[in-house]
Design a protein around this ligand. Structure first.
Ligand SMILES: Cc1ncc(COP(=O)(O)O)c(C=O)c1O
Length: 329
């Protein structure tokens, strides 16, 4: 394991709690999108909830998933938080920002090396600048991330509260409660789905007849569905479904079809997307290589798509994007 910063003395829980209490971002009202450039379904409405706009660093679903963990950490007497993710992880990026803003000490365990060609990724460079201690985990060690004994031992060894990958533990179910009145105005609420924690939080905030649809961004062999089911088993929730056809080759895979769609969407809707989460969500809803999910919806439905942010992660994909554009000419 390689290390970049020495541990620091934990700050007082009371000052973290006071700083946390003051941060209450107000999400914008949902924005209506015209379906006309994509689908001939004038009977449907599609709104976008732009959680990417709530804050420059604590944006999208990241803030909503972090908040219950930060509160739970403080309730357990911790101001040191350890978590894990890849070198472009939106979650580690947001956790580092939250640490700096609210006074938590943060530790990021990163899959693979910390540096590529002698440099941190843009995500890790920000995290490090915001005070996160970074440690590289080997792929073999990272593969143990779902084992309860490994998580407990890792928390102990860092004397910290641990947030597992995706933040998918029971406390996250409260994450989207404040949106319950908004969700009840829609027949379908669609969100990009990685660990499934955000989907589970939305499903527990909403009630039937609203349905939540998760567009999986990874090649999922049922593990996301199992995780969501486990999270929701003891909690009332609305009907939900995970759609696994639109991962586009796997996690963070980008090809010309997706890029072309994203460019068209940006031109028509003036809303920035990134290829890993929001790009795949809107592609699945509106284009889906001829299988647009909205095309299947019953007449008259109202649909809300949640923009979960993550735009910072796309910085490292710019070269790939330029290459794809160049070869498409
Ligand atoms: C920008 C963005 N959108 C969506 C997701 C998927 O969220 P979840 O892992 O809770 O399914 C993530 C991952 O956390 C993300 O970073």
């Amino acid at each position: 394991m390689s290390t970049r910063k020495p541990p620091t003395t934990p700050p007082a829980a009371s000052s973290c709690a006071a700083a946390l209490k003051q941060f209450a971002p107000r999400p914008p009202q949902p924005q209506r999108l015209s379906l006309a450039p994509f689908l001939h379904r004038p009977d449907l409405t599609l709104d976008v909830l732009r959680l990417d706009l709530i804050d420059p660093q604590l944006s999208g679903n990241k803030w909503y998933k972090l908040r219950p963990h930060l509160l739970q950490a403080l309730a357990q007497g911790h101001t040191r938080i350890v978590s894990l993710g890849g070198a472009h992880s939106n979650h580690l990026h947001a956790l580092a920002a939250a640490g700096q803003r609210f006074g938590f000490t943060t530790i990021g365990l990163v899959r693979g090396p910390l540096e590529y060609q002698g440099q941190l990724t843009p995500t890790l460079a920000d995290a490090s600048a915001w005070g996160m201690q970074l440690h590289a985990l080997s792929r073999a060690e990272y593969a143990r991330r779902y084992q309860a004994d490994w998580l407990a031992a890792t928390a102990r060894s860092h004397n910290a509260y641990i947030i597992g990958e995706g933040g998918a533990d029971a406390c996250v179910l409260s994450a989207m409660q404040e949106f319950a009145p908004l969700l009840s105005r829609y027949d379908l609420v669609a969100v990009a789905c990685g660990s499934g924690a955000t989907l589970a939080a939305l499903a527990s905030a909403a009630a039937a007849p609203t349905e939540v649809l998760g567009v999986s961004v990874l090649k999922d062999e049922g593990s996301t569905a199992a995780r969501v089911q486990a999270l929701l088993q003891a909690t009332p929730h609305c009907p939900y479904r995970i759609e696994s056809r639109f991962h586009n080759g796997g996690f963070a895979r980008l090809n010309r079809t997706l890029l072309k769609f994203m460019d068209r969407f940006a031109a028509c809707c003036k809303i920035p997307l990134e290829p890993v989460y929001s790009g795949k969500l809107f592609h699945a809803l509106l284009d889906g290589a001829g299988q647009a999910l909205l095309a299947e919806r019953p007449s008259g439905q109202r649909v809300l798509a949640i923009h979960t942010g993550g735009l910072q992660g796309a910085r490292a994909m710019q070269r790939k994007i330029s290459n794809l554009r160049a070869t498409a000419q």
